[in-house]
Design a protein around this ligand. Sequence first.
Ligand code: V47
Length: 357
Amino acid sequence: MIDIQIIADKLKRRERIAREDALCLLRSTDILALGAMAGAEKRKRTADKVFFNVNCHVNLTNICVSRCTFCAFSCDKDAPQAYTMTEQEVLARVRAALPLGITEVHMVSGLHPDKPFAYYLGIVRALKQEFPSVHIKAFTPVELLYFSDISGLTVHAILEQLIDAGLGSLPGGGAEVLSPRVREALCPKKATARQWLDIMGMAHGLGLKSNATLLWGHIETDEEIADHLLSLRELQDKTGGFQTFIPLPFHSANTGLTSRGRPTAFEQLRLFAVSRLVLDNFDHIKAYWIMTGLKIAQLALLFGADDVDGTVVEERITHAAGADTAQGLTRNELMDIIRQAGRQPVQRDTLYNELTL
Ligand code: V47
């Protein structure tokens, strides 16, 4: 077993964390040492700043042909809770959120069996037309590959058309664990790990920024977490297109997976610290308060995170799986949490431009 001090010395020499170092950190119980190391790395990049944005989430449909075992949000077409939004409903939802000062719409959805690519393209175009200053962060590589399958267009062409319609960046979802074993077990019908990475790389090549997530706390091993982080770091070395990494702790209610127990505070803070240390080429690490819970999101600010995501307004994916957090927070509530942790709240837009309050 490598000593954590050896890894701390490596960091001081600005050497990269290797796979065996990452595994050692993922298994370490020296949480305060991890916090000190990750906190120092955070401060080097963003000093005392902690970012948040004012956004709203839109999930166009919960009907999905993939039906991943970990997902409580998706359903079949004939399920009682099935819904699909019309373009007018989407516009009305965003219109209603405008007085909150939103600068971003975060839009991800199920893989609908019948809606054509034109439906999604039309919604992006209509949003951009009515709300030109609102950034549209939408569609994961999983959705983009599905649009390619149903339209016969290449993913490249799909991306070009979406960009032309007003797409601003990609969210980091659909990554789950970038491991063939885990994906075969939990989500065999959707984009593979390689496809997820390739599509992110392609989007970066077309000038889009994106985020990256890890859905953890289910059947994955420490080795698979380490490999996930290293795959992201490797792609980032090539493209530089990732903005932030977001660890998503698994919520098991109403899913097809029995829980091994929601990741504890200790495990969550450790993963924040390890992510900050391994992903040395990512500018930001995000504590998505909806999934971590507010208390852990606040503590994560001392363990390498520099972003708490946003106001959100209405969240369906995690709440379907038993999240006990609020549906949304106000800008003042987010700023209070950050200030209490001794950090400086900074409102940002989707691309991390600082906005004056
Ligand atoms: O892709 C699904 C995950 C993701 C569960 O890019 C679950 O800024 C926990 O990606 N328990 C969607 N997680 C959320 C997401 C996201 C959220 C906030 C910001 C950004 C960003 C991205 O949620 C899915 C999947 O990986 N998920 N089911 C569950 N039961």
